[in-house]
Ligand binder design. Structure first.
Ligand SMILES: [Zn+2]
Ligand SMILES: [Zn+2]
Length: 282
């Protein structure tokens, strides 16, 4: 599933995301200053941010990596395609490398720990290192999953839809705001989970064998992913916000999808009430 062509592709995407998309920030400011941006362009950018962000947290992370719930095949495919709009790799390789992160969290073989090779390596430097997913050790089920297989196979096309759709809908301003600027924001937010949420923030579960933290602002902007210490404590728990004030928009989306009957079998631990005390036995 991860051939040489995909390795080259991920390297090109890494350069594009880290060195090209930042130019969208001043360009977006200038176009806004000149009054060239319409409300529709901004709405398109906001919508694409939500679609790709929810695709990453619900599709790539909670559904495929941690198998935290079951979903209808068509919904699985939609969530994975939405996640591919963030250009963070195919679902198969993303999930496998993330499982490796959990297996070695903040230890030597963690692909992106700020405690091993520094903050910037953890943030976005690691994506240039060509880490290869090892499906035999991390995510044996991934190559057998039909939706993961499909979206990973056509990842090149699906990921570029995230740029094509805004361009078709809103022209060049759509490409700038909902394509490039949105990609810049989505990626830096996801990358912040690896860098900021393993160094700064609060540790509600102090007993986890890693340095993961919870960060309110990151959680707000990543649809719940910023409750990363909670997540490291309960890997298969589909909800990342564990206390009533921990806003987890991914959880809200899952509850709506559950009401519709499109997702089920949410793996909420039996003993889990609303929150376990910080120093509970781990
Ligand atoms: Zn995880
Ligand atoms: Zn982590």
């Amino acid at each position: 599933m991860q051939n040489r062509r995909q390795q080259h592709l991920s390297y090109i995407y890494a350069w594009f995301l880290v060195f090209v998309t930042p130019f969208a920030v001043p360009l977006a400011v200038i176009t806004a200053w000149q009054g060239k941006v319409t409300k529709i362009d901004i709405l398109c950018a906001f919508t694409m941010y939500c679609i790709s962000g929810l695709g990453i947290t619900l599709g790539y992370h909670r559904l495929v990596t941690h198998r935290a719930f079951q979903a209808k095949p068509w919904l699985r495919k939609i969530l994975l395609i939405a996640g591919s709009f963030a250009m963070q790799g195919s679902p198969a390789s993303w999930a496998s490398l993330h499982i490796q992160h959990h297996r070695f969290a903040d230890k030597q073989h963690d692909p992106h720990s700020p405690h091993q090779k520094g903050f910037w390596h953890a943030h976005c430097g690691w994506i240039f290192h060509g880490y290869k997913p090892d499906f035999r050790r991390f995510g044996k089920w991934l190559p057998k999953d039909p939706e993961v297989k499909h979206v990973s196979k056509y990842y090149l096309y699906y990921s570029n839809l995230g740029l094509l759709i805004p361009w078709l809908l809103c022209g060049w301003m759509g490409l700038l705001w909902a394509g490039l600027l949105r990609l810049f924001l989505t990626c830096h937010m996801t990358w912040s989970i690896n860098s900021i949420c393993h160094r700064f923030g609060k540790r509600a579960y102090t007993g986890t064998a890693d340095q993961s933290t919870n960060h309110f602002l990151i959680a707000l902007l990543t649809f719940g992913e910023g409750w990363h210490n909670n997540h490291h404590r309960h890997l298969q728990m589909p909800f990342l916000g564990h206390r009533w004030f921990e806003i987890d928009m991914g959880k809200w989306a899952l509850l709506i999808l559950q009401k519709c009957g499109w997702v089920w079998d949410l793996k909420i631990p039996k003993h889990f009430t609303s929150y376990e005390k910080s120093n509970s036995t781990l």
